[in-house]
Design a protein around this ligand. Structure first.
Ligand code: SF4
Ligand code: SF4
Length: 355
C-alpha cells in the first residue's frame, strides 16, 4: 500500500481545510475482462478520452493541486496507451497507484509496467482458494493470473498490496487468506462492505455477512493482532464520539480533498457519489470545483449533522458513507443498516478479544 511521506500527509490536512483536490481516482476505462459479481461499474459505458484527452485531464489536475492519483477501471490495462499514460503521470509529478485485477500482467510486460514509475500496485483477490476466486470473478484462470502478477511485481521490486471484499463466501477464511498474503510477501487489505451498484443493482447484497458471521470474522482478525492490544486501546479512546470536536469535522473527503474522474472526463465528488460536478475537458474546472451547488452543500455538512450517529457507542468502529446512504436510503444523512451492523460486530469482537 502506498505510504506517503510526512510532508505529503501535512499537505493532505491543508487540502482538507482549503478544499484542494489533492487526491484523484481516474477510471481510465469501464471495460473489463472479468465479471466480478459485486462490481459497481456499468461496463456497457464505452465512451473514453483519447490519450491526449487523458493527458490534458492530468495537466488540469496538476494545475489544481492534485498530488496523488489512483488509476483504475474497469481494467485500466485494457487501454493500449496505459504505459504512456502512467509515464506521463510520473513526468507531471504525480504519485500514482494502479488498481488492477492483475490478469494482464505477465513476464513480457512487467518490467515495462514497473519502469513507468507507478509508486504502488493494488491487486484484487477474492479468496485464497482458486475455485472460489474464479467463481467470484466469473472467469476461470483469474486467480492464477492475479497471484502470478503479484509474484512478478514483487520479484521486480514493486510495492504491491492485495485487497479483497470480505463476504459470506470468504469471511471464515481470514486466517488462511492472510497466510496466502504473507507467503506472497504482501499486505492483505479488505473491508466487509458491499454497495448498491451505479445502476441500482442489489442482487449481490445477499453476500453481505450477517452480524454473527462478522463477529466470527473480527474475532479472527483481533486474535492475530492481540500483541498490539495496548496501542489499539489507546487508538479507541481517540476515536470515540465527541460532539464538541465532531461538530467542526466534515463527514468525509468527497469533493473536499478528493474527486473521481470517469473515462470521459466527467468529475464526481468521489468514487461512490453519482452527482456530476462538471467535465474536466469541456468545462472550467476551477469554476465548477468551487461553485457546484452539490459540492457547496456537501462541504457545509459536519459529522454531527448525521443525527442517528450522535453519541453512538459504535462510532469508533464505524465507516459510514454518505454516498452509500444516498443510494440505499435516499438520504445521505441516514446511515445504512450495513454500516451499523458491521460497527456493532467489530465492537463486540474487540471487547471480547482486546479489552
Ligand atoms: S454504527 Fe450506525 S449509528 Fe453508530 S455511528 Fe455507525 S452508522 Fe452511526
Ligand atoms: S465515505 Fe463514501 S462518500 Fe465519502 S469519500 Fe468515501 S466513498 Fe465517498
Amino acid at each position: 500500500m502506498l505510504r506517503l511521506p510526512d510532508n505529503i500527509k501535512r499537505l493532505y490536512k491543508k487540502a482538507q481545510k482549503h478544499c484542494v483536490p489533492i487526491e484523484a481516482l481516474f477510471e481510465l476505462t469501464h471495460r473489463c475482462n472479468l465479471r466480478c459479481i459485486h462490481c459497481y461499474i456499468d461496463s456497457e459505458k464505452k465512451r473514453e478520452l483519447s490519450t491526449n484527452g487523458v493527458m490534458r485531464a492530468l495537466d488540469v489536475l496538476s494545475q489544481n493541486g492534485t498530488i496523488t492519483i489512483i488509476f483504475s477501471g474497469g481494467e485500466a490495462l485494457l487501454r493500449p496507451d496505459i504505459f504512456d499514460i502512467l509515464k506521463y503521470a510520473k513526468k507531471t509529478g504525480f504519485i500514482s497507484t494502479l488498481f488492477t485485477n492483475g490478469t494482464l500482467i505477465d513476464k513480457s510486460n512487467v518490467k515495462r509496467l514497473i519502469d513507468t514509475g507507478v509508486a504502488a500496485f493494488e491487486i484484487s483477490v477474492y479468496s485464497d482458494i482458486e475455485k472460489d476466486h474464479d467463481e467470484f470473478t466469473q472467469v476461470k484462470g483469474s486467480f492464477q493470473a492475479a497471484t502470478g502478477a503479484v509474484k512478478l511485481l514483487k520479484a521486480g521490486g514493486a510495492d504491491v498490496t492485495i485487497k479483497t471484499v470480505w463476504n459470506k463466501r470468504n469471511y471464515h477464511r481470514a486466517d488462511s487468506f492472510l497466510r496466502l498474503a504473507s507467503d506472497l510477501g504482501v499486505e492483505l487489505r479488505g473491508a466487509p462492505y458491499l454497495s448498491v451498484t451505479n445502476d441500482g443493482g442489489a442482487g449481490h447484497l445477499n453476500l453481505r455477512c450477517s452480524k454473527e458471521e462478522l463477529v466470527q470474522f473480527y474475532t479472527q482478525v483481533y486474535e492475530r493482532r492481540k500483541d498490539r492490544g495496548n496501542e489499539m486501546r489507546k487508538e479507541l479512546e481517540k476515536k470515540k464520539y465527541d460532539y464538541d470536536s465532531l461538530k467542526d469535522k466534515r463527514i468525509c473527503g468527497a469533493c473536499v480533498m478528493k474527486l473521481k474522474l470517469d473515462p470521459y472526463g466527467d468529475v464526481y465528488p468521489c468514487v461512490a457519489f453519482g452527482e456530476k460536478l462538471g467535465n474536466i475537458i469541456h468545462d472550467d474546472f476551477t469554476a465548477f470545483w468551487r461553485e457546484n451547488e452539490f459540492a457547496k452543500k456537501f462541504r457545509a455538512l459536519r459529522v454531527t449533522d448525521i443525527k442517528k450517529c450522535v453519541g453512538c457507542d459504535d462510532y469508533a468502529f464505524c465507516r459510514t458513507c454518505p454516498a452509500d446512504s444516498l443510494r440505499e436510503c435516499g438520504d445521505m444523512l441516514a446511515p445504512t443498516d450495513e454500516k451499523c451492523i458491521v460497527a456493532k460486530a467489530q465492537r463486540e469482537a474487540f471487547y471480547k478479544i482486546i479489552l
